[in-house]
Design a protein around this ligand. Sequence first.
Ligand code: URA
Ligand code: CA
Length: 433
Amino acid sequence: MRMVDLIEKKRDGHALTKEEIHFIIEGYTKGDIPDYQMSALAMAIFFRGMNEEETAELTMAMVHSGDTIDLSKIEGIKVDKHSTGGVGDTTTLVLGPLVASVGVPVAKMSGRGLGHTGGTIDKLESVPGFHVEINNDEFIELVNKNKIAVVGQSGNLTPADKKLYALRDVTATVNSIPLIASSIMSKKIAAGADAIVLDVKTGAGAFMKDLNDAKALAKAMVDIGNRVGRKTMAIISDMSQPLGYAIGNALEVKEAIDTLRGEGPEDLQELCLVLGSHMVYLAEKASSLEEARHMLEKAMKDGSALQTFKTFLAAQGGDASVVDDPSKLPQAKYVIELEAKEDGYVSEIVADAVGTAAMWLGAGRATKESTIDLAVGLVLRKKVGDAVKKGESLVTIYSNREQIDDVKQKLYENIRISATPVQAPTLIYDKIS
Ligand code: URA
Ligand code: CA
């Protein structure tokens, strides 16, 4: 087999076979196929697409390009959740303890990464003492005992995806549905998921800004999952404005605690209940989505979700008393209100721009070398559709620097106020299973 022939085949719009796809991914991972040929193929895929069978083969070829995590010693069906980006997305922090509290095993491998705020691990590390340096045996033991544990990424997972994603980034080939879908699904499968719930975001703060693109991506991922024996379901949810109120690490931990208690922001709580019900259902802990939702609502009300969170934090060295006393979380030096300049209705909160403002405060990493300030961030006081009076707070800014004119200006530019009433956006656009 010669790579040049396979590039030509895809360029002319033909489907690649399983053997051809595995040849390409193995060769590229080993370095036998150079970047320039892989770039040409990625561009051919960008224009010609891939059918469902090719996309599933590409996914599994990338899964087998490196290590895979064996979670078979964990009892039960391991359901993983994946959100396609977003701003201030506190769902992972809430969903872990929430579904674990009704018996779904949550074996979470997580990273730090770049972005507006830190990753799940950074956020959890705002709990004093909490750490993810546990070995594999401890990890499995903790999940079996408490139904939840979080460990830092280890092993050489999906090296083909790492290499290809970096290449796509510099060859204008990121935005291809088969390439995105296989990239995301390969990582979930390599990390040991038996079943997968996807939260595909759409709107300004999302990867897929357009609803139809988001649906097509969700459909492609659900199709991959079902073809390779991992039950997969997807939700399409709104990310035109940030989810919940908090954007920042310790601030999101506090928001997660409120939500686990059933006292969180309405949109965050609803999305967690919907995603959580799908997880419980796929884990076969409930026989319908309705039953699953009832179980989760009960766990919020009777305190068991919060108790699971405490047990989980303590098991990994964390000070669980933060749950009852969030003032023990890192606190910012300055708390500054962003006051509305006029009366009206909030018409837009541009999610990605507001995320950038949080990053400027130090809540996230712009580069791998940046350090995160766990205490800082934003708490929205108004969401799209809310009425606002001049002088009322739009956002509370938590900062460790006194001079924040840049942040304030960014927020004023991206929180728009209209004179006429505005409808709040739909939270969940669609479900695909
Ligand atoms: N996220 C991924 O992990 N892969 C992509 O290709 C795009 C977004
Ligand atoms: Ca949030």
